[in-house]
Design a binder for this molecule. Sequence first.
Ligand code: FAD
Length: 424
Amino acid sequence: MTALQLLTLISAALLLQIIASTGVTLWRRNRRIAKTPQPAQAEMPATSPGAWSGWRDFRVTRRAFEDAGQTQCSFYLEPLDGEALPSFKPGQYLTFALQIGVDAGSTKDAAMGNALRSAPSLVRCYSLSDQPNSSTYRVTIKRASAPTGQTNLPPGAASSYFHDHVQVGDILKVKAPSGRFFIDAEATTPAVFIAGGIGITPMMSMLSWCLANQATRELHLYYGVRNSTDHAFKQVLQELARAHPLFKLHVAYSSPEPSDVQGVDYDQTGYIDLVLLRNSLAHGQHQFYVCGPPPMMQTLVAALRAWGVNENALHFEAFGPASVQFKGAATNEPADTTSTSLDIRLNRTGRTLVWNAQDANLLDFMERQGVSVESGCRTGSCGSCETKLISGTVSYADKPDADINQGHCLLCVGKPQSALVLDL
Ligand SMILES: Cc1cc2nc3c(=O)[nH]c(=O)nc-3n(C[C@H](O)[C@H](O)[C@H](O)COP(=O)(O)OP(=O)(O)OC[C@H]3O[C@@H](n4cnc5c(N)ncnc54)[C@H](O)[C@@H]3O)c2cc1C
């Protein structure tokens, strides 16, 4: 055997040994993670300790636009009663009831109580966009315009109301912080925040909290927007990235303006996708947090799963009707009721309706039948459509975010499994 052949043989043996030991290490690590019980995420109470029940009055103390296009506005809130402000888990949201048509400022006036009570309320959820502090909550709201090419449709009701009518000094009705999409405070593996558009809000809260409380944790924010007009929190994020070497900011513009400069305003053109993640993240375990518009959620969450990301390292939230299915979280996956007609009796009015599985959920069904029901997020988060279930069984394809009171059901994500009697 020549010296060259011997050297090649030794190198090959060494390489094989390295590959084998890396494989064993990775296998052991994956096994350890797989054995770790699911983070309490699904089981944790959705509300924070010290939370109030029902609606509490908050005064708007400040408003500030966060983007050059002025379509994303932050509202700072302090409790009117001056009592302590419960903390929250970074990533959670607040639920608002808006009496549109009644000037928010006038709710200070007790004489307006009757007008307030009679005005229909619009319920919406907005993520807390800053880390917890003892005096203020902050939410950041994007003005929802009419869908592209459909200018005959009205713009978003609640977001337009916030932008056009809610001023400093106004009082708003707010439910306590809630939601199961929040940072896992125990995890130390690098956190990867992926935000599309206004999906940046829970990430701002989680990121600020991590930077303040987990100095040695590696953090990545992948933020996709159209261009500099929609780029929210631009200066704050750039300053944070400069100040914290372990925080890596990656901004993608899908449609840069001619004046937008790559390397200054943004890092790459296009969308946040798996190729970008694979090229910029080091090998190893990460905790992923994803929030963005439906197309981003659908493609990215599926891609992360296909890449081999464990379910317990994958956290996501949709701001509209759920566009991604939660794996393994199913509770009573509904049986096929397409061929079955079920009686839905409304106890208060005495009406009996017939469910024949045409609708995605009981809320759509009620609205199609002309039954007026209070509702909010339509994603099982805010609990506004919770209804007393006098008899029967309602099932949910995905575990709802809201805690459902015993003997009640959520119409917006529920389907009947039997004939029902509802307290409506
Ligand atoms: C957990 C959670 C957290 C959230 N956090 C945030 C946040 O931090 N910031 C934020 O900005 N949003 C957030 N959202 C979204 C927010 O709750 C609202 O859904 C959003 O502001 C739009 O509400 P709206 O009342 O303005 O629009 P809506 O009145 O509900 O209208 C929504 C869209 O439908 C269009 N529309 C109106 N009428 C019709 C029609 N007849 N046919 C078809 N389309 C129509 C409107 O033009 C608009 O584009 C969150 C949602 C959830 C569930």
